[in-house]
Design a protein around this ligand. Structure first.
Ligand SMILES: Nc1ncnc2c1ncn2[C@@H]1O[C@H](COP(=O)(O)OP(=O)(O)O)[C@@H](O)[C@H]1O
Ligand SMILES: [Mg+2]
Length: 241
């Protein structure tokens, strides 16, 4: 028997992009951001996406999460092409299966970190006390115990980022798409955040796609793909022995 195996070899595909094209046309130019991108996200993995600034990492996350329809190609979740379904399906897909951590947080300015984190659960008509309990738990896990009653303008970039992670995880999504979630964090806070991601991944088999600039973070993930010139470049897999 072969003792060496790639950890992802038996994992099923959760979401798949096939020949995805995305371009932006402005008055002056046409930018081909994603050029026939093919990518499989495996169920239960923590996948990293790296690449130069402006290469299309945020665009790819939005396309994968049902927020931005590609010009051509398909994105299939559990075998179903999400952009070929009704708007109701797409809304439900996002609400029930996907969590987002946006690059620039997108927190509501008039609400506290705790209220922001509870918000997606309240939209789903979940019990308010349960939502509060879970939001408090997640915020404590990311080191926000003493800061959760503050509004975004009273919090640092890193604290807002952590509140955005708690919000992204509140509904226990199958897939969390996180856009540079450690971009404003020091090493200690980054490690704490990655620890929470690992814990959720292990305990609830949640799948994560994390865009990162940090080599240090990338080294801790299961697989890392590089986006180069609008296409998926080399993929590094962690060898599990
Ligand atoms: N709404 C838009 N209109 C025009 N160009 C855009 C728009 N959004 C992104 N872009 C351009 O598409 C490219 C990819 O952007 P983005 O996905 O944000 O890259 P990254 O996240 O890798 O930095 C960039 O050149 C950016 O300027
Ligand atoms: Mg970006």
């Amino acid at each position: 028997m072969n003792d060496l195996s790639f950890g992802n070899s038996e994992k099923k595909c959760l979401i798949e992009a096939v020949n995805v094209d995305k371009r932006y046309t402005t008055k002056r130019e046409m930018i081909q951001v994603l050029d026939q991108v093919n990518l499989k996200v495996l169920s239960g993995e923590v996948l990293g996406i790296v690449g130069a600034s402006g290469v299309g990492k945020s665009t790819l996350l939005h396309v994968l999460g049902g927020l931005d329809k590609p010009m051509s190609g398909s994105v299939s979740f559990q075998g179903k092409d999400i952009y070929k379904q009704s708007n109701e399906y797409l809304d439900k897909f996002r609400n029930n299966h996907i969590g987002f951590v946006f690059q620039f947080f997108n927190l509501l300015p008039d609400f506290t970190a705790l209220e922001n984190a509870m918000f997606p659960a309240l939209i789903q008509n979940q019990d308010k006390n349960l939502a509060k309990e879970r939001a408090e738990y997640l915020l404590c896990e990311v080191g926000m115990k003493d800061r959760m009653h503050h509004k975004p303008s009273e919090l640092s970039g890193g604290e807002n980022q952590r509140a955005a992670l708690a919000r992204g995880l509140i509904n226990q999504p199958d897939l969390l798409l996180a856009d540079e979630p450690t971009g404003n964090l020091d090493h200690h806070a980054s490690d704490q955040l990655i620890e929470l991601i690992r814990k959720m991944n292990k305990e609830f088999n949640q799948t994560f796609v994390i865009v990162t600039h940090s080599q240090r973070i990338a080294e801790q993930l299961d697989r890392v793909m590089e986006l180069v010139d609008g296409q998926v470049g080399p993929i590094r897999e962690k060898l599990v022995i």
